[in-house]
Design a protein around this ligand. Structure first.
Ligand code: SAH
Length: 441
């Protein structure tokens, strides 16, 4: 979400005639986009922003703008006081305050042309920053902002505000303009993306949005995240199965593997509900990559509760598990009324246990790909190797002299580890083995 928000700020600034600077020290405008989902993220965001003070003192004409969840939709007076060198505070995803500030400051320099272009941008006609044009294969596109749920640990609803879905027309326009600039794959984003459209009665829902985007010429792949177990319904699964561009890739967090913890988290489903959901997903999409999120060390999580988490991961064998240690967030229900009673050492131990288990599960799933051919979309060349992803979101590397950027290629998988795979384009011979090895064999 922040990546997409940052890109939007970048493109708006380019409309005003700014361009990317190689470093903060050389920039006239510095924008810091922030995340506060865990305390460590908040500390990093705050620390980095504070560290920019000398740059502002060195050149008071420089504009420093702070954006995202550290600021939040409601603004934050204490934050403003403690960071006096910051000129502009922007809520998540809204470059408006910065643009207004710059327009005011530089009124004389800016002409009507720049303003007209800024206007054109607002109707979803997103122009990528110059360095990304025809260089960006996969783009994130927010489709629903904010969140109305109150998971007891989560600070996002307070900082990103109530759920607001973007109109289908705006999203389609943005995706078409991204495709015209070289993008081949979009990932639609929402805190609960399957709730797209729920904020407007009788409006289009996620399946309708997917159908509209599936018809866009030149777009090759569509993904969406994050799903919530209670909204991943059969109509949506059937739509994913039906539409050729929508990838077999579902991100649906369980968070914990014990009903008492799920209830305390206010997740509104049980472990059994989640089990049935995974069955349903696999029924509609037999070959699908499924990712989940886990929080370890939630208040009151006993060894037995935690064992439930390990058991369900071992049982369901999901492709990816994003894991995190519980971090109390000021203002959330869990931080207010539940003592953070699992020690840091114990949280770390549980985190390692989850990660070690997931590594064996992922290695087992990957091995099934060995000797098979998969279609990947090539994103970039990285350290001499082409890098792409399967429809199920597996990372694949291969070496070849040809230019594959932005192409769909069938790859014969030669080696598969837990986190990535290697192979060669189908139809290409394996690299010849050096003769001295052949003769010694
Ligand atoms: N709205 C999405 C994503 C939320 S943030 C969802 O509900 O899935 C991404 C992940 O961060 C969450 O899934 C959760 O696992 C983790 N997270 C959120 N709040 C947290 C907290 N206070 N401590 C630790 N992890 C947290």
């Amino acid at each position: 979400m922040n990546e997409a928000d940052s890109r939007r700020v970048g493109s708006e600034l380019e409309k005003l005639g700014y361009h990317y600077a190689p470093s903060a020290a050389q920039a006239d405008v510095i924008v810091i986009n922030t995340c506060v989902v865990r305390q460590s993220a908040e500390d990093k965001a705050y620390g980095f922003t504070a560290s920019l003070k000398p740059l502002k003192q060195g050149n008071p004409r420089r504009t420093i703008a702070l954006m995202g969840c550290l600021v939040g939709v409601k603004g934050n007076a204490r934050l403003k006081k403690s960071l006096p060198h910051v000129d502009v505070f922007m809520p998540p995803g809204d470059p408006g305050p910065l643009i207004d500030h710059l327009l005011e400051q530089e009124q004389l320099k800016l002409n009507a042309f720049a303003l007209a272009r800024r206007h054109a941008l607002q109707d979803g006609n997103l122009v990528l920053p110059a360095h990304l044009q025809h260089n960006m294969i996969s783009a994130h596109v927010p489709v629903v902002y904010g969140c109305n749920h109150v998971c007891s640990y989560c600070i996002i609803p307070a900082r990103r505000g109530v759920e607001r879905s973007r109109p289908v027309g705006d999203i389609a326009r943005e995706v078409r303009s991204l495709v015209a600039q070289g993008v081949k794959e979009v990932t639609l984003l929402g805190q609960i993306v399957d709730r797209y459209g729920y904020d407007a009665p009788d409006g289009p829902r996620m399946p309708d949005l997917l159908r509209t985007l599936n018809d866009i010429d030149g777009l090759e792949r569509i993904r969406f995240l994050t799903s919530h177990p209670n909204y991943m319904d059969e109509r949506l699964l059937q739509t994913v199965a039906d539409l050729p561009k929508v990838c077999e890739h579902i991100e649906v967090p369980i968070q914990a593997g014990h009903n008492e913890i799920l209830a305390a988290m206010k997740r509104q489903y049980t472990v059994d509900d989640y089990r049935r959901l995974i069955d349903r997903i696999r029924h509609y999409l037999p070959q699908t990559g499924i990712a989940t999120d886990i929080i370890v060390g939630f208040p009151g999580e006993t060894e037995a509760h935690f064992q439930g988490t390990l058991d369900v991961l071992a049982e369901l064998k999901l492709d990816v598990c994003h894991s995190a240690m519980y971090s109390p967030r000021p203002g959330t229900v869990s931080a207010k009324i539940m003592p953070d009673d699992v020690s840091p050492e114990e949280k770390k131990r549980r985190l390692h246990a989850v990660n070690a288990l997931q590594e064996t599960v992922a290695a087992e799933i990957s091995r099934r790909y060995e000797g098979k051919s998969v279609q990947i979309l090539v994103e970039e060349k990285h350290k001499g190797k082409w890098k792409g992803r399967t429809r199920t979101n597996k990372l694949v590397f291969f070496e070849d002299e040809q230019d594959y950027k932005g192409k769909l290629v069938d790859i014969h998988i030669e080696w598969a580890g837990p986190w990535s795979m290697r192979g060669r384009p189908v139809g290409k011979r394996p690299k010849p083995v050096p003769e001295f090895i052949l003769s010694s064999a």
